[in-house]
Structure formats: C-alpha cells, structure tokens
Design a protein around this ligand. Structure first.
Ligand code: BGC
Length: 411
C-alpha cells in the first residue's frame, strides 16, 4: 500500500539515461564516460537522499492493529493512516471514532488536535461522543417522537424528554465493517453498517456507508451515503472535538472563529429549535467576522444562557448545492487553521459547555470549553418542523452528504 515516491522514478530515469549514452555514442567515448559517470554519481546521491528520506516525497501509509475487545467480545481495530505531508489520522471501527488527528503548526510541529481517550474503555462510555459518527439522527428530536406519513414513531428519550444523537445505541456505539483504501484521491477507510428496521425506534432497514479520505492537500473528507427500504429521517455527522493548540492544552476561548452564517435557529430550554431562522446581527452569535470564541460567551444573552454557552445550529449562507465554507477557525499561538466545507444546510457550533473535568488522553483533564465541535447537519428536530429542509429518506433514493476539514497554518 502507498504510492511509489516520485523521486525514485527520476533517479531510475537518470541511471537508465547514463547507461544508454555509453552504448550509443562511440565517437565521443571519453565525453560519454565522463557524462555517464556524472549521471551515475547523481543517481547514487539521489538514492542516498531517498533512502535517508532527505528529499523523497513521502508515500501514504496505512496500518491496522488491535485496539481491545468490547464487553460483547467483538475485537476493535485501530487504523492509522498518513498523507504525503505526515498528517496522521487514527480511527477505530467502534463508532468510526477518530481517536487522534495530528496536524502541523507554524514551524511544522505535529500535535494531536482532537479530544479523546487513551484506550477502548473510555470510548465504550464516551458521554461527550468524542470523535464519533453520529446517527441515525444528529442532535435532538423533540419529545423523542415524530410522525411520518400519518404514523407516529417513538424513540429513546436519552436527553431529558428528547432523543439525542441517535438514541441509546447510536452509530457511535456500533462496530462498523472497515475497509482501508489508498488511491489517487487519498488514503482512508470505508465504514459500512446496516441498521435494522426499528433500530432505536427508527423505521426501515438502513444501509449506511461513511468514507474517511485523507488527501495530500491536508483535507479530511467525510462522504456519507445511505439507502432505506422504508421512509425514515436521517441526519449523519461527525462529532470531533477540536483544540487546535493540541488536546489538553487549555480552553478554546482564544480560538478565532468565523461562521459563514447570517442566521441561526434559536432554541427553547431543552435545546429544541423554536422553528424560527433568526438573524445573528447585534447578538453574541454573530461570527460572520473572525471573533474569539470567548469574547462574548458569558454575555447576558438568553440564547447563550439556554445553551450554557454556544450550542446552536447555524444556517450556512449557501450559494448553491455544492460544498460551501461553513466555518474557519484559527488558533493564534500555533497558527493552525481548520476550515469546514459542507453540502449540509447547517452546522452545530458547540463550545464544549458540558465538559466537566473528564479524564482524557495523556493524563489530561478536559474541563468546560477545552474543545469545540462543528457538526455539519440538517437542522435539529427537522422531522417535527415542517418549515425546515426535509430529512426524510425514501426507498429508491440515496442520501448523500459531504463534509471536509481542511488544515493549514497561517503565519
Ligand atoms: C449537542 C450538545 C451535546 C453534545 C454532546 C452536541 O451536538 O448539541 O447539546 O451536549 O453534542 O452530546
């Protein structure tokens, strides 16, 4: 697995060229010998440089190893993959959880920028949903019920009166079938799962495929695809918690956030949308210009009080149906930047308000606001909100959604 380093082919070409010259130009033997000796030397130097990794363009890598066994006896696999610049993703087939994501800072120092746990045990509980695939329905559905085509469906009430992130055993708690790949687009994993009819109260057998692709442009792309045999709501997302200074390196209040959203969906006291698309103008939810996450988070604002900080769905300013920039975040000290592009209409900006001193990786304690999430999605509670874009997938249709995190540094 892995592309052949480009420099190998130039070194091989140089060697071949030199040898051919010897045989073809007998009239100029000494020149030819000198020329070929020079080329052979160049080739040798190239080979040494390649062997020491001095100027070789690095190949992708993909490694699979064991990550423990669930209480039900299922082995969990860890996949580690890197791109040509050394960006490294580590993901497990349990919940499709991204357990670490190492990206460079200004001087090129790699650090892990997502919150998580050291081993499987932490992820079996994983109350904050660190790094997991969320489904069948990301965020909340009011009263844990909805009506579809005249039939009422009851879901698990796992968040006060509401259902949250797919119910008791959502897509964050199942073992996915994982297939690694390495092709011209990048390196990554295809994760597949069939959720049976009635799973957590949702109708229809749902076939789901989620592809994680790490490209050489330092993008991590999530492609979601699903089909069903009965009409059902669907809203898939990824629940990575970022701290671009490195996980465990304090709170994220100094990160500068830009949200490409002129409107948001205000919520009630159980964080269910009121149905309104409200302007962010003159509110602390206006991130249309880069602003520190912490600059206004403690203001006396009704929506901030209800969310215990930011925990709101923002309506992305769309210009078409393709991937649109939803958010850009920059951490001033390290210069790390993440941009989020998506085909979804919304993004949940969650400022880690419910992190309460949970023991994370490397002995780090994650306190309130030590991480933030940008969960691309259809709007919360859409199955009960006729004014919101529909989340209903019907037999014969294919659900498709794409989100991309693009990493860079700003000097
Ligand atoms: C929700 C928060 C919730 C968090 C972890 C976010 O998507 O909006 O309210 O606390 O996930 O469950």
């Amino acid at each position: 697995m892995g592309a052949i380093p480009i420099v190998w082919s130039s070194a091989q070409l140089a060697t071949t060229g030199g040898l051919q010259t010897i045989g073809r130009r007998p009239g100029n033997t000494s020149m030819s010998y000198r020329h070929s000796a020079f080329l052979a030397l160049v080739a040798l130097v190239c080979c040494v440089l390649v062997a020491t990794g001095s100027f070789a363009e690095k190949a992708h890598t993909m490694r699979k190893e064991a990550f423990g066994v669930t209480p039900q006896g299922s082995p969990v696999e860890l996949y580690t993959f890197t791109n040509a610049h050394g960006l490294e993703v580590r993901a497990i087939n349990y919940g499709g959880i991204i357990v670490s994501l190492r990206v460079p800072d200004k001087p090129g120092q790699l650090d892990d920028v997502v919150l998580g746990f050291d081993g499987l045990q932490g992820y079996l509980d994983n109350k904050p949903y660190f790094g997991a695939i969320i489904g069948r329905y990301g965020n909340r559905i009011a009263g844990a019920q909805f009506k579809l085509d005249g039939v009422s469906h009851t879901l698990a009430a796992n968040n006060g009166p509401n259902t949250l992130h797919g119910g008791n055993i959502g897509f964050n708690k199942i073992i996915w079938k994982a297939e690694p790949f390495d092709n011209e687009r990048g390196v990554g994993l295809i994760l597949r799962h069939t959720s049976p009819d009635g799973d957590e109260g949702y109708p229809g057998n749902l076939n789901v495929e989620v592809t994680y692709t790490l490209t050489d442009q330092n993008e991590l792309i999530f492609d979601y695809k699903a089909t069903t045999d009965k009409a059902t709501p669907i809203n898939l997302t990824q629940h990575a918690y970022f701290n671009l200074a490195g996980e465990g390196h304090g709170d994220v209040l100094g990160h500068l956030l830009m949200l490409n959203a002129d409107r948001f969906t205000p919520v009630d006291k159980t964080l269910i949308p009121l149905g309104e698309l409200r302007s962010v103008k003159n509110t602390p939810l206006d991130f249309t210009k880069p602003t520190a996450i912490g600059a206004r988070i403690n203001q006396n604002d009704e929506q901030l009080m209800l969310g215990h900080g930011y925990d709101h769905n923002f309506v992305i300013n769309r210009t078409g149906n393709g991937p649109e920039l939803a958010a850009r975040v920059r951490e001033p000290e390290t210069g790390r930047v993440v941009e989020v592009y998506t085909t979804e209409p919304g993004v949940q900006f969650y400022s880690g308000n419910f992190l309460d001193g949970i023991a994370g990786k490397n002995g780090h304690i994650y306190k309130q606001r030590f991480g933030f999430c940008l969960e691309t999605q259809h709007f919360p509670d859409s199955p009960n909100q006729p004014g919101f874009p529909s989340t209903i997938l019907r037999p014969g249709e294919t659900y498709r959604s794409r989100t991309m995190y693009r990493f860079s540094v700003e000097k």
